[in-house]
Design a binder for this molecule. Structure first.
Ligand code: SF4
Ligand code: SF4
Length: 272
């Protein structure tokens, strides 16, 4: 059995893991370090995380962003990402941690579900250009590695419900990873970055933008699609990501209404 040895030692190079690599780990309420990992941690939020969290907390996406997040730039890209805003206490605690655990556990973010594994494509780490590999977060306080339960990465993902989330986030992760591979001199316009933020994080505002601007006419969105994205947040997110792919990379079957664009004096091609 190929168990990664010594995977809890601090200071070692991150170990790259594939889906079938095995590791020993178990987390439960009786470990001495219970909830230590919920403090001082960098939690990148994905679009699907935000949908789940804002709905759980009964907030609009705008309210959720204002209360619980802070913007950052992802290393090696100029794409805006957001992270969970930690409390201003001694330990920089997550706002959702209590002595007996996480109060939003069923809807906890993807990063928390993967822990103690990290996902390269969502990481700030150097060398994170390649998608599809995992590594240990390697925090010395985490004693879960001393337990005897053995997992493959694939089993861990399934157990933590990340396989479903990753499927939902796949298109978004693809955009982020591909942007990382741009040469440094290829820059996104401020407008493109604004649109990336809107679709990725502020879905309620994106819905308003689609239905209350010239968007529908400009992109000739058919009535069935309009109906679906008006009522289904996940469909709206998928639609938005498809549009972003067209906007950033000029890929996909998004079609612009040239006559409408000309009437409005908008560009149909041009800078990213
Ligand atoms: S630090 Fe590790 S073992 Fe401790 S609660 Fe967090 S994940 Fe579980
Ligand atoms: S969201 Fe929950 S699991 Fe994640 S860091 Fe906060 S308290 Fe811990």
């Amino acid at each position: 059995m190929n168990i990664i040895e010594d995977n809890n030692k601090a200071g070692i190079e991150p170990v790259r893991l594939g889906l079938d690599n095995r590791f020993k780990f178990k987390c439960h309420k009786n470990v001495k370090c219970f909830t230590r990992c919920c403090r001082g941690i960098n939690i990148v939020l994905t679009p699907y995380d935000i949908i789940k969290l804002k709905n759980r907390l009964q907030l609009s996406s705008e309210e959720f962003l204002a209360i619980y997040t802070e913007p950052q730039l992802l290393e090696k890209t100029d794409l805006p990402i957001i992270t969970l805003k930690l409390l201003d206490d001694d330990q920089k605690s997550c706002p959702f941690v209590r002595d007996d655990g996480c109060i939003i556990y069923e809807d906890r973010p993807t990063t928390c579900r993967y822990y103690p594994l990290g996902v390269a494509s969502l990481s700030h780490k150097e060398g994170a250009d390649e998608s599809g590999f995992y590594f240990f977060v390697n925090e010395p306080h985490c004693l879960g590695f001393e337990e005897d339960q053995v997992w493959t990465v694939r089993e861990w993902r399934e157990d933590q419900g990340v396989d479903v989330r990753d499927e939902m986030n796949a298109e978004w992760t693809d955009l982020v990873v591909r942007k990382r591979s741009f040469p440094p001199n290829v820059k996104l316009t401020e407008q493109s970055k604004k649109m990336f933020f809107l679709v990725s994080y502020n879905l309620d505002k994106f819905r308003e933008f689609v239905f209350e601007s010239s968007f529908i006419k400009l992109y000739t969105v058919d009535s069935k699609t309009q109906e679906t994205i008006k009522n289904d947040e996940l469909a709206l997110l998928k639609f938005g990501l498809k549009w972003l792919k067209w906007l950033l990379f000029k890929e996909g079957d998004f079609k612009i209404n040239e006559a409408e664009a000309a009437k409005r004096g908008q560009k149909t091609q041009g800078d990213r």
